[in-house]
Structure formats: C-alpha cells, structure tokens
Write a protein that binds this ligand. Structure first.
Ligand SMILES: Cc1ncc(COP(=O)(O)O)c(C=O)c1O
Length: 334
C-alpha cells in the first residue's frame, strides 16, 4: 500500500479512464493541442487562459521557474530561498542548475516566520519557494502573510506551491491577486486530488508577463496526448474530486485519533497526509510497517523532522489498514 507519496491510491476518475480508452492511433501519432486543456485549467481556477502555463507535473513547473530565475548570469552564485523542512524539489532543481538554496528553519509547530524569510532574501536571491499547506507537516499558513511577503520581496518572484490546496481550500489564485502582485506565481498539480500522478499534469498560474520566462524554458509539447486528453475530463468530474476530498478529511481524522490513542504527536494537517512523531526508532518503524505491506515516508533524517514519518491520508479503507498496522508496530516497539 503506497502511502508515501500522497497519491490518490484509488486512481483517476472512471471518466478519465474511459477517455483514455477511446483514444486512437492518431492521438498517439500527432503532437497534442493544448487549447482545451488549458481552457479547462483556466476555468477551474477562475483566471483567463493566458494566466495558465501547463507543465509535465508541477515538478517541471518548479524546474522551469528555477531555470528562468537563473537565466541572467552574474559573478555571484544564484540563490533560492525556502524553509526547512520542505518539499525537496526546490533544492534539487536549485543545485542541479548551479545555484544554492538558503533555508529558514520553521518553528516546532511548522508556522511560517515571514520576517525570517524576508530577512533571508539578499541581492543573490532569484526566487523564493513556499508551500501552502506546508509539506511535510500539512500545516496551513495565513494567506495574508503570504500576500504581504510577496509584496515585500518584490521584484523577487514568490513561487507559491499549492500542490495540496485542493484539500485545504485556501488559495491565493484570483485574477485580482496577480494584477496586484505581478511577482507571484502559483504552482498546482493534478497528481493529488485528481488522481492522475501517473499521467503527469501540473500548471503554473500567474500574470502573463511573469509566466513568459517560464514558458520559454518549458518544451512546446511537454504534456503528452494522454495527459492532455485526460486533464479536462478529470477537472470536469467534480463529484470524484469531492469524494476523494471527503475520504482525505475522514482519513486525517482517523489517523489523528489513532495517534492520540498511541500517544504520538501530530500536527493539524490540511492536506492528504499527516506527519507523525514516532520517536527515535522511526526508520525501524517504517521498515516494520513496510513488512506489513504499508509503505510510509521516513522523514526522520531531515532537519526539523527528527523522529517523524509521513503517512498519506487518502482512501479510508487504506487508512484503516494503516492504522491497524501502526498500532501493531507501535505496541510491539514498546
Ligand atoms: C509540495 C509539492 N509540490 C509539487 C509536487 C509535484 O507534483 P507533480 O506530481 O505534479 O509533479 C509534489 C508531489 O509530491 C509536492 O508534494
């Protein structure tokens, strides 16, 4: 049971599968046309089409943002700024493209210290990466703080990764925001709530002028024809998405209650995962869960995540099995 990457373990909407099955030889033979998919994403977020850049998963959006930000060559090493702990692709892309990531530690509750982020921005900073709700804790940050931070660091771009915003319902996306904050771009993914991680579809949303440098580094046919056909159908099936969001909400509650019974610390998550402090033997616990067929993410080696594992909180049946395995493993460990 894959509970380590926050995928929708039920998979995609049945309507998506039907669409994929109906694709034919020419769909494979021709370069895809993004018109319908882009319009569907724009409608989904309530922005004009020119505020949407489709990407091969949000990972590609992050890579494109760093590449665009590092384009201008200067004598100093280009830097990105973020928090620790965080989603690892910000640092992976930064170092892969010859830069250095500067991180600001979060407090024990994973709250955002926007003053500290602001203070970390220097002449060398090319872009700031933040995630709301935060990964790996699931903690949500106040939208007003994020808006103010974007304003304060301008013209440095703020890349706000909203990979899990479907679950929290919090977003900074609206056409007014981008007119007010041209340095803000927002990353979204269809891998989580929409269950198409295997197809690879993401989007960066922002003012057309802010997206233009990213668009120059994303290859012209980045999403393949199958992802392109699936995307509008996945977005249109609001019932499937609502069902999965309900499953995730119940799973968060079940996991939270189980951890409370076991005396394990958790944090209030607004995403489809939960961070759990299991103690010094986190890696052994991850291995013991894996031996019972439950794969969870060992985050215990990361700064700010000591003794912690992260468990996907999605499909309720999976969660019940994970809870049973966790109870068994924790009782055996004591
Ligand atoms: C915070 C965050 N951003 C981006 C991504 C990447 O999403 P995608 O599958 O669209 O590349 C993930 C995936 O786990 C994530 O957790």
């Amino acid at each position: 049971m894959r509970l380590h990457l926050n995928e929708n373990t039920a998979g995609c909407s049945p309507a998506v599968l039907e669409t994929l099955r109906a694709l034919g030889r020419q769909d494979a033979g021709f370069y895809p046309d993004y018109g319908l998919a882009r319009a569907a994403v724009a409608r989904c977020f309530g922005v004009p089409d020119d505020h949407v850049l489709l990407t091969n998963g949000l990972d590609e959006g992050i890579l494109a943002a760093v590449a665009a930000a590092f384009r201008e060559r200067t004598a100093e090493t280009p830097e990105t700024v973020g928090v620790a702990p965080a989603f690892d692709m910000y640092e992976v892309c930064t170092t892969a493209l010859g830069g250095r990531m500067v991180t600001v530690a979060l407090d024990g509750q994973y709250n955002l210290d926007s003053d500290a982020v602001r203070a970390a921005v220097t002449r060398a900073t090319r872009i700031v990466f933040l995630t709301n709700p935060h990964n790996p804790s699931g903690v949500r940050w106040p939208l007003d703080d994020l808006r103010q931070l974007a304003r304060d660091i301008a013209p440095v771009p703020l890349f706000l990764d909203e990979a899990y915003a479907d679950f929290s319902g919090d977003t900074l996306i609206d056409a007014g925001t981008f007119a007010d904050l041209p340095n803000l771009v927002i990353g979204r993914t269809f891998s989580k709530a929409y269950g198409i991680a295997g197809l690879r579809a993401g989007a960066v949303i922002g003012a057309p002028d802010s997206l233009a440098p990213l668009a120059r580094v994303v290859p012209p046919y980045s999403l393949n024809a199958w992802a392109t056909a699936a995307l509008p159908v996945a977005i249109a099936d609001r019932g499937y998405r609502a069902w999965y969001l309900d499953q995730a909400a119940l799973s968060r509650r079940l996991l939270g209650e189980a951890c409370e019974r076991l005396g394990l610390q958790t944090w209030p998550s607004a995403a489809n995962f939960i961070l759990v402090r299991v103690g010094d033997r986190a890696s052994d616990i991850v291995a013991a869960l894996a031996a019972r067929g439950v794969v969870v993410r060992d985050r215990s080696k990361e700064i700010g995540c000591e003794q912690c594992i992260r468990i996907t909180a999605g499909i309720v049946d999976d969660t019940r099995r994970a809870v049973a395995a966790l109870e068994e493993v924790m009782c055996a460990a004591r």
